[in-house]
Design a protein around this ligand. Structure first.
Ligand SMILES: [Fe+2]
Length: 286
């Protein structure tokens, strides 16, 4: 069972974790939709996909952080004769071969990954009444050990749906607590002066230029900690839910980008955090 370590000092952090059983997804889809769009985390413990999960029972690659750990990263790239990208996104046969030298096993891994990605995609389609296929898939398969990251909001250009699935028998620890609006309340004055200054240079507000500023404000903030167990799946709009990887191992980060026209109006407006940011800015600026 996932463990929650609450930080009692975080009274102004409003993200909640809603636990749902896997067999309740259909009957509770309105509740899941409402919580996802309002920036809460939906946790489904011990989430199983009807595939042979044994294929994920391999030892993780060591941590590879090209920017922070370049010499080691490039040595590993040389060793595997692959790019970092193809190791973290091993949908290619080559990348599956990093894990399994045996061609049959490598192919099995690739096809299981594809099935898992489709399975989770169908869950999003059910919950959010999405039509057709995603415009693009941005899923990453992190078969590396992961060390501590900064506390941050993700930055995406399209409107996406995100879920994370811990494949490792080691827990994956996440720091969390703040939603976008909590940060607005906490740093009202600094955000206000950022907005005033940028107005002078014909500032066009996008999530891509605003989230980096918000990230610079929160990177040293305290967090609650949740430790996800093996096969825990959590759905989370990570562009408006601040999060920090504290440590972890193998993980699938599912990302589905849908065209705006393929989603119902309430889902579109719920995901359209840029408009929400605009109205929040207006409310603090006046
Ligand atoms: Fe992130």
């Amino acid at each position: 069972m996932a463990k929650l370590l609450k930080n009692s000092k975080l009274e102004d952090a409003s993200v909640k974790i809603l636990k749902i059983r896997q067999d309740e997804i259909r009957s509770k889809r309105s509740l899941i939709l409402e919580n996802y769009l309002s920036g809460n985390i939906i946790l489904i413990e011990n989430f199983k996909i009807p595939v042979d999960l044994e294929v994920f029972n391999f030892t993780s690659l060591p941590s590879i952080l090209p920017k922070l750990d370049a010499p080691r990263g490039s040595a590993l790239e040389k060793k595997y004769t692959l790019s970092y990208k193809s190791i973290t996104k091993p949908f290619t046969k080559n990348a599956a071969r990093v894990i399994y030298k045996d061609e049959k096993k490598a192919q099995e891994l690739t096809s299981v990954m594809t099935l898992c990605e489709e399975y989770v995609c169908n869950i999003f389609r059910l919950i959010f009444s999405l039509e057709g296929r995603p415009d693009s898939y941005g899923t990453t398969w992190r078969f590396t050990n992961t060390k501590k990251q900064n506390y941050h909001f993700d930055i995406y250009s399209g409107k996406c749906f995100r879920a994370f699935w811990n494949l490792s028998s080691n827990p994956r620890s996440w720091g969390f607590g703040y939603k976008i609006e909590d940060v607005f309340k906490r740093y009202k004055d600094r955000i206000n002066s950022f907005v005033q200054k940028t107005k002078e240079v014909d500032f066009k507000l996008t999530q891509e230029n605003f989230n980096p500023f918000l990230n610079s404000l929160i990177e040293d903030c305290p967090t609650h900690i949740v430790k996800y167990e093996q096969y825990d799946l959590w759905l989370c709009d990570s562009v408006k839910v601040a999060h920090q990887i504290i440590g972890g191992d193998k993980l699938a980060a599912f990302t589905y980008i849908f065209d705006d026209n393929k989603m119902p109006e309430n889902v579109y407006s719920g995901l359209n955090y840029v408009d929400n940011i605009s109205s929040l800015i207006k409310s603090i600026a006046t």
